[in-house]
Design a protein around this ligand. Structure first.
Ligand code: AMP
Length: 214
């Protein structure tokens, strides 16, 4: 299964990706998580990406295509992958098609999580993330059992450096300008499955299951 999870920041892609990746037995490849790990490790890619990320802007296409090209060549991707946060521009989508075609492969589905801009801003502004396992919480709708601590590993939760009001607004604007147009391309290729992303994670998971016929 080679699938793209598509949707604005805060649509719930990361939350749904965990269960989908288990269901299909393929790795969850989040470019945002990869870049955050690269920043933490102080790699050249991480250093290049930092200022773009904090400003809510996109990291240049050549950097991102390099990151994904290297990642999907690893053996755990032989049976497929779940892309979360890539592609985000038309050149990235074209590069992905080329990479796959070079190996006689293609995408099986693009799952679009539909959420309004207002809800995205509310979700991201109240989001707390575990820096260890990347689990996400929300101060009102999904608080951790113990205030400020991850339910899974007890780590101190953090607010992402790009989950500030200004960066969130920029990220939503960038999504509409540069990423949303990909939806029409994937629709015309017959790959797009749209799912209402409003509801509890369980409700959205059920809609995804129906949309994929899985
Ligand atoms: P995310 O965790 O998916 O919201 O990504 C966080 C940030 O990482 C984005 O706001 C971008 O700055 C950067 N980023 C992640 N994926 C990409 C991509 N495919 N293209 C460009 N920038 C990206």
């Amino acid at each position: 299964m080679r699938m793209v999870l598509f949707g604005p920041p805060g649509a719930g892609k990361g939350t749904q990706a965990s269960s989908l990746s288990q269901k299909f037995g393929v790795p969850h490849l989040s470019t945002g998580d990869m870049l955050r790990a690269a920043r933490k490790a102080g790699t050249a890619v991480g250093q290049k990406a930092a200022s773009f990320m904090d400003g809510g802007k996109l990291v240049p296409d050549d950097v991102m295509v390099g990151v994904i090209e290297e990642r999907i060549r690893l053996p755990d991707c032989t049976r497929g992958f779940l892309l979360d946060g890539f592609p985000r521009t038309i050149p990235q989508a074209e590069a992905l098609n080329r990479m796959l075609a070079n190996h006689g492969q293609k995408l099986d589905a693009v799952l679009s999580l539909e959420v309004s801009d207002g809800l995205v801003v509310d979700r991201l502004a109240g989001r707390w993330t575990c820096p260890v396992c990347q689990a996400t919480y929300h101060k009102v709708t999904l608080p951790p059992k113990l205030s400020g601590k991850c339910d899974k590993d007890g780590a101190e939760l953090i607010q992402r450096s790009d989950d500030t009001e200004t960066a969130i607004r920029k990220r939503v604007e960038v999504f509409h300008e540069q990423t949303d147009p990909l939806k029409e391309i994937y629709r015309s290729e017959g790959l797009l499955k749209s799912v209402d992303g409003v509801g509890t994670p369980g409700e959205v998971e059920e809609r995804i299951r129906q949309a994929l016929g899985a």
